[in-house]
Ligand binder design. Structure first.
Ligand code: NAP
Length: 246
């Protein structure tokens, strides 16, 4: 399905990013596994991919750093000659009530979740435009659609990702580049494992399907958006949230 496609997945050392990297590799893509600080975990992602007969390598970069993202994309092009699939998955939370939120916590979340997504698209688009093809998949969230008390910084960043997705889709469509977003609800990863039992129970009570998603269930939708099965889709936000946002 993705034979010989070159993919870059940000934040692929753990969670949804790791599942997406594995899924793309399972379907034939060569995958660059980006991470921030978890080198061993990123190497584990690569080892699992290789064990399954796939091809991958790690690529460290802080997506909040504009220049570093330029170097990351340039190194992919230098090594592989092209980039077909860019999955902007790296993200963090710094939850807190609006009244008490520090400027630093607001900025950090915006810098990684929203600006980080801009940084990679900005640098990759130069090459994708020349190629006249490419798939960009941005990870947003149900919080960016509905808002969430205690997540004003995160919700703002993820709503921003939706606006960025649609604008990029409009700008790049004439050159055959598709830009879409995935909006998960509650997924069992490190990001949500730190939540209290009370918050988890409250989230579960809002999910019609009555359970959290596995990272693989999100990765399945990333695969669809990365493949030619979604050739006529751009500027869309696919909710994968057990019905939470309907
Ligand atoms: P996670 O398990 O906490 O993993 C986060 C990943 O992002 C890690 O690989 C981490 O790398 C990477 N990362 C963080 N800051 C980075 C930076 N500055 N530069 C490069 N990489 C960075 O998170 P997750 O739950 O899989 O979430 C993945 C995405 O899905 C995020 O965008 C998140 O907002 C979104 N999402 C998650 C849920 C959920 O319920 N889990 C729901 C909706 C949306 P290191 O390991 O090196 O730190």
């Amino acid at each position: 399905m993705l034979t010989d496609k070159i993919a870059l997945v940000t934040g692929a050392s753990r969670g949804i990013g790791r599942a997406a990297a594995k899924k793309l590799a399972e379907h034939g893509a060569y995958v660059y596994v980006n991470y921030l600080g978890s080198e061993a975990a990123a190497q584990e992602t690569v080892a699992e991919i290789i064990q399954n007969g796939g091809r991958a390598e790690t690529l460290q970069c802080n997506v909040a750093d504009f220049a570093a993202c330029g170097e990351m994309i340039a190194s992919v092009i230098k090594k592989s000659g092209r980039l077909d699939i860019l999955v902007n998955n790296a993200g963090i939370t710094k939850d807190g009530l609006l009244m008490k939120m520090s400027e630093e916590d607001y900025d950090q979340v915006m810098d990684i979740n929203l600006k980080g997504t801009f940084h990679t698209i900005r640098h990759a688009s130069r090459y994708l435009l020349k190629q006249r093809s490419g798939k960009i998949i941005n990870m947003t969230s149900v919080s960016g659609i509905l808002g969430n008390a205690g997540q004003s910084n995160y919700s703002a960043s993820k709503a921003g990702v939706i606006g960025l997705t649609k604008s990029a889709a409009r700008e790049l469509a004439s050159r055959g580049i598709c830009v879409n977003a995935v909006a998960p609800g509650y997924v069992t990863t490190d990001m949500t494992s730190v939540l209290s039992d009370q918050v988890k129970a409250q989230m579960l009570s809002q999910i019609p399907l009555g359970r959290a998603a596995s990272p693989e269930e999100i990765a399945n939708v990333v695969l669809f958006l990365a493949s030619e099965q979604s050739a006529y889709m751009t500027g869309q936000v696919l909710s994968v949230d057990g019905g939470m946002s309907m």
